[in-house]
Design a protein around this ligand. Structure first.
Ligand code: RB5
Length: 144
């Protein structure tokens, strides 16, 4: 899969870990920044990744900030983005199975790298179940 990855300064180190994990699992990645741990504003990176996914340039996106809250709120403002803030592997699977989330968000400060690995494994192993879930998604943003 082709995956756009972004964060803010709080997620900068975890983003490097995520990029390595993705590449070692055969994914094509683009690091959409930031490129240092200098303080930045998470909406800028949420928009960058969200717009790239919504435009179809990437299969999906992965975003992280301190809590994952700000960056997921911001990503969900982009039409066509279904960003899910997940706090564990079960949430990651359900975000895909039931919500067909196309942007995975999590906390860089309240997860260890081993927790993030489990989230990523679960996310990539899961598939959208369609059916009644598609009907519900259609009600969120008709036409997307
Ligand atoms: C940055 O300090 C922090 O506010 C940000 O990473 C995030 O947690 C916001 O939701």
């Amino acid at each position: 899969m082709k995956i756009a990855v972004g964060s803010d300064h709080a997620g900068y180190d975890m983003k490097k870990h995520v990029l390595n994990w993705l590449q070692s699992h055969g994914h094509a990645v683009e690091d959409m920044g930031p490129y240092s741990d200098e303080s930045v504003d998470y909406p800028d990176y949420a928009r960058k990744v969200g717009e790239a996914v919504a435009a179809g340039r990437f299969d999906e996106g992965i975003l992280m900030c301190g809590t994952g809250i700000g960056i997921s709120i911001a990503a969900n403002k982009v039409r066509g983005v279904r960003a899910a803030l997940v706090c564990g592997p079960q949430f990651a699977a359900l975000a895909r199975q039931h919500n067909n989330a196309n942007v995975l968000c999590f906390s860089a400060r309240f997860n260890e790298t081993a927790d993030v690995d489990k989230i990523l494994e679960s996310w990539f192993a899961a598939e959208f179940e369609g059916g009644r879930h598609q009907r519900r998604i259609d009600k969120i943003e008709p036409g997307c």
